[in-house]
Design a protein around this ligand. Structure first.
Ligand code: NAD
Length: 302
């Protein structure tokens, strides 16, 4: 299949590579030349002829049977797809549209409605699993949209992920995603607090991590994404918090969960507290670093 892939950052780049690896022909586009160049270099190192020459999203979408987007936030997705100049107005009827970005459920519904009006099957399909999952092709997809659109998308999602859940109608994938990420934001803070407390008492963070991983405090951060530098070689914490999932992206997701909680009158006190702590961390200049660097709020600078 010819696929246009828009947004080649920490997640989109490896996802696009996995589609090309699976034998699809990917035409990739990103506003950032650095992101496009990085993907072209990785593709050629792997012997994968991924096309990165498109000068715009519309050019990448020429002749494509499917468009997949992996952009930072709602405003980027709306500006890509909607309006007179938006991509939806230029795609031939029947082109499959899959947005994998984490955005508001309302934005996802707007895109789905506009796509439906033009005869374009469309799903929101945000992901979980981090950059490791994107590289390994083991992401979890949380899908919102009609059964028929998901049936068309499933063979492509299977090349990028290991779990595909149909959460409900358009926007439902995004609702599931903000619930998950609110929990992730909270548990990364809790894990950081616990590790910092142990270290302040002289415990070895590796030993403490292993104890908690195998005890009732065990969680995804301790399994795959330890926030303490040097505990887990593959985690962003051991790479200067580079790459991974940016603090500002977590802040965006917690903002979405709090906006939604306000709209439906849900009580999410820990989600609200987590949003404030990531905001403080971002204001301290850590917005571009991986969100697990939140542990720096609790560790000594001495
Ligand atoms: P990123 O910032 O690394 O990449 C986003 C890319 O989109 C950038 O390269 C940027 O230049 C590009 N872009 C922005 N607007 C564009 C446009 N109009 N046209 C083309 N390209 C454009 O972000 P990421 O970490 O890859 O995350 C992407 C999405 O996935 C976000 O919504 C994020 O919340 C979500 N997500 C990220 C992770 C993670 O671990 N990084 C995990 C799950 C979900």
């Amino acid at each position: 299949m010819k696929i246009a892939f828009i947004g080649l950052g920490n997640m989109g780049g490896p996802m696009a590579l996995n589609l090309q690896k699976a034998g699809h022909s990917v035409q990739a586009f990103d506003l950032s030349k650095a992101a496009t160049d990085k993907l072209a270099a990785e593709g050629s190192a792997l012997g994968l002829p991924i096309a990165t020459h498109a000068a715009s999203a519309a050019e990448a979408a020429q002749g494509a049977q499917a468009v997949i987007s992996m952009l930072p936030a709602s405003q980027h997705v709306e500006s890509l797809y909607l309006g007179d100049q938006g991509l939806l107005s230029q795609l031939p009827a029947g082109t499959l549209v899959i947005d994998c970005s984490t955005i508001s459920a309302d934005s996802a519904k707007k895109v789905a409605a506009a796509a439906g009006a033009r005869g374009l099957p469309c799903i929101d399909a945000p992901v979980s699993g981090g950059t490791g999952g994107a590289i390994a092709g083991t992401l979890t997809f949380m899908v919102g949209g009609e059964d028929a659109a998901l049936a068309l998308a499933r063979p492509l999602l299977e090349k990028m992920g290991a779990n595909i859940f149909h959460a409900g109608a358009a926007g439902a994938g995004q609702t599931a995603k903000i619930c998950n990420n609110m929990l992730l934001g909270i548990l990364m803070i809790g894990t950081s607090e616990a590790l910092a407390l142990g270290v302040a008492n002289g415990l070895d963070p590796k030993v403490l991590s292993e104890i908690m991983r195998r005890s009732s405090g065990g969680n995804w951060a301790l399994e795959k994404y330890n926030p303490m530098p040097g505990v887990m070689e593959t985690a962003p914490a051991s790479k200067g918090y580079a790459g991974g999932f940016g603090t500002d992206l977590m802040l965006k997701d917690l903002g979405l969960s709090q906006e939604n909680a306000t709209a439906v009158k849900a009580a999410t006190p820990l989600g609200g507290m987590a949003r404030h702590l990531y905001a403080v961390h971002s204001l301290a200049g850590q917005g571009g670093h991986d969100f697990s660097s939140i542990i720096q709020l609790f560790t000594s600078k001495k």
